[in-house]
Design a protein around this ligand. Structure first.
Ligand code: OGA
Ligand code: MN
Length: 281
């Protein structure tokens, strides 16, 4: 077989193994990877050493690229590749990247279907910190008692940019903070997301602000409790980056966050996103 998979943990994560690197860039491989992602949430490709063109190629083969953020960086890479960095020479607006220190899902408060998956490739690692952690809300949901799952199934959650900025309060000067949260994007999404194959996961993270129909404290307490549940060791993992690694995760089934790192470390990740399905059950 051209591509093989090794389990990282029983409930989450697979390492991808290949004999011939070229076998990864085919439509057949893309279909296989999509199916594996739906099952395992996180796929690690050790030392794949992607070029930007190759990363865009995999992204397109796996479902088509989607742009999540405007381009503020002073970067010379392809416009479809977002450079995740705190290097002040490249990134004049570090607040969004600092927001990656807190568990989230990409593209949640934005008014289009949440991206199916995110691809992150390590171009330069930090000597200390900078690992990426994942918590599977697919495994977490499956591990809940049936009665609780049934209650969660009908809930709706408001996601907002403002909520995702809360962990950065006190860091960003007031007027700039107002400008960022002034985007005032809010969107209602189901708490429980039903995938094409029938599996269910939960849409959680810093953007999840409140539960529709619940009091604010009750709803937020529920969101925190569910997030903590998904972070238990059986459902979560930490990736220690080596330069050249690629990780793809199912964005609507896996919370992710970066471990803090020194902005002067030069840590540089290249990110692309795969578009989500039009219908969100
Ligand atoms: C992101 C992100 C995590 C990391 O770019 O959306 O969450 O480890 N990055 O840099
Ligand atoms: Mn992210």
């Amino acid at each position: 077989m051209a591509i093989r998979f090794e389990e990282i943990k029983p409930a989450v994560g697979s390492r991808v193994v290949w004999d011939d690197r070229a076998d990864i860039f085919t439509p057949e491989a893309a279909q296989l990877l999509r199916a594996k992602l739906a099952e395992r949430t996180v796929l690690v490709f050790p030392k794949l050493d992607l070029t930007d063109d190759e990363q865009i190629k995999i992204t397109d083969l796996m479902g088509g690229k989607v742009k999540l953020t405007g381009q503020f960086n002073k970067q010379d890479t392809d416009e479809n590749v977002y450079q995740v960095t705190l290097d002040p020479e490249i990134n004049p607006q570090p607040e969004y990247v600092l927001g990656t220190y807190f568990y989230h899902m990409d593209g949640m408060p934005v008014d289009f279907p949440p991206p199916f998956a995110t691809l992150l490739s390590a171009r330069k690692t930090a000597p200390k910190g900078g690992q990426t952690e994942f918590a599977s809300t697919l495994a977490g949901y499956a591990g809940l008692p049936e009665a609780e799952r049934a209650e969660l199934d009908c809930l709706k959650v408001i996601h907002s940019v403002e909520a995702s900025m809360v962990p950065l309060r006190g860091l960003i000067p007031a007027e700039q903070y107002e400008k960022v949260i002034g985007i005032q994007r809010e969107i209602e999404r189901p708490l429980v997301f039903t995938h094409a194959d029938g599996h269910k996961s939960m849409l959680l993270g810093t953007t999840a602000d409140r539960v529709v129909g619940m009091s604010i404290p009750e709803g937020r307490a529920l969101l925190v409790r569910l997030l903590e549940w998904c972070c238990q060791p059986a459902y979560s993992l930490r990736h220690e980056w080596q330069e050249g690694d690629l990780v793809i995760w199912e964005n609507t089934a896996g919370l992710h966050r970066a471990m803090p790192y020194d902005p002067a470390s030069g840590r540089m990740m290249h990110r692309t996103s795969i578009a989500g399905a039009e219908t969100v059950a």
